[in-house]
Write a protein that binds this ligand. Structure first.
Ligand SMILES: CC(C)(COP(=O)(O)OP(=O)(O)OC[C@H]1O[C@@H](n2cnc3c(N)ncnc32)[C@H](O)[C@@H]1OP(=O)(O)O)[C@@H](O)C(=O)NCCC(=O)NCCS
Length: 148
C-alpha cells in the first residue's frame, strides 16, 4: 500500500475533499457542509494525505459513549489498496481513546463495496431502514469498540 498520513481535516483541504466527495456520491456534500462540520464540537473529520495529495477522508460524530461514522470516501485512484481499512482502523482507535463503546454507521443496501469494507473491519449488520435514502434503504451496522 502507498503510505498515507492521517491528520485532522482543515479548511485548506476542502477543495480536494469536495472533488473526492463528488466522484464518490450521488448527492455529494459541498464545501459549506464540510465547513459546518468543522464548527461542530461533536464532529471529528480526518484526511489521509500523501504529501499534498488528499487520498481519502472519514468523519465521526461522538455522543456519550456512542460514535457514528457519518462519511468516508477514498479517491478513485487510491481504491482497493487498503486505505479505506486504514481510515476505519484509525477511527476505531480514535473512538476507543475517547471512551466510545459502540460505533454505528448507515450504508446503502446497494453499496456492496462499502459493506465489504465494514465487514472486513468487524462491523455487523443490525437492521434495515426502509426509505432512508431517496433511492435506497440503509443497512445499519455496528461494532463494539476494542473487539476484533
Ligand atoms: C468504500 C470505499 C471507502 C472503500 O475504500 P478502499 O480504500 O477501496 O477500501 P480497501 O482497499 O481498504 O478495501 C478493504 C475491503 O473492502 C472491500 N471492498 C472495497 N472495495 C470493494 C469493491 N469495489 N468490491 C468489493 N469489495 C470491496 C474488500 O473486502 C476489501 O478487501 P480486499 O481488497 O482485501 O478484498 C471506497 O470504495 C469509496 O470511497 N467508495 C465511494 C464512497 C462510499 O461508498 N463510501 C461509503 C459510504 S457508506
Amino acid at each position: 500500500m502507498r503510505p498515507a498520513v492521517i491528520e485532522p481535516l482543515t479548511q485548506s483541504d476542502l477543495a480536494q475533499v469536495v472533488e473526492i466527495e463528488t466522484e464518490s456520491f450521488p448527492e455529494p456534500w459541498g464545501e459549506d457542509k464540510f465547513l459546518q462540520e468543522l464548527k461542530l464540537k461533536f464532529s471529528y473529520f480526518f484526511t489521509a494525505k500523501s504529501g499534498a495529495e488528499i487520498a481519502g477522508y472519514i468523519g465521526l460524530w461522538h455522543a456519550a459513549d456512542e460514535g457514528n461514522i457519518i462519511n468516508i470516501a477514498v479517491k478513485k485512484s487510491w481504491r482497493r489498496q487498503g486505505l479505506g481499512k486504514q481510515l476505519i482502523d484509525f477511527i476505531l482507535e480514535f473512538s476507543r481513546a475517547k471512551g466510545i463503546k459502540d460505533v454505528y454507521l448507515e450504508v446503502r443496501s446497494k453499496n456492496l463495496s462499502a459493506q465489504g469494507l465494514y465487514k472486513k473491519c468487524g462491523f455487523e449488520a443490525c437492521y434495515e431502514r426502509q426509505g432512508y435514502y431517496v433511492d435506497d434503504s440503509a443497512i445499519v451496522m455496528h461494532k463494539k469498540v476494542g473487539q476484533p
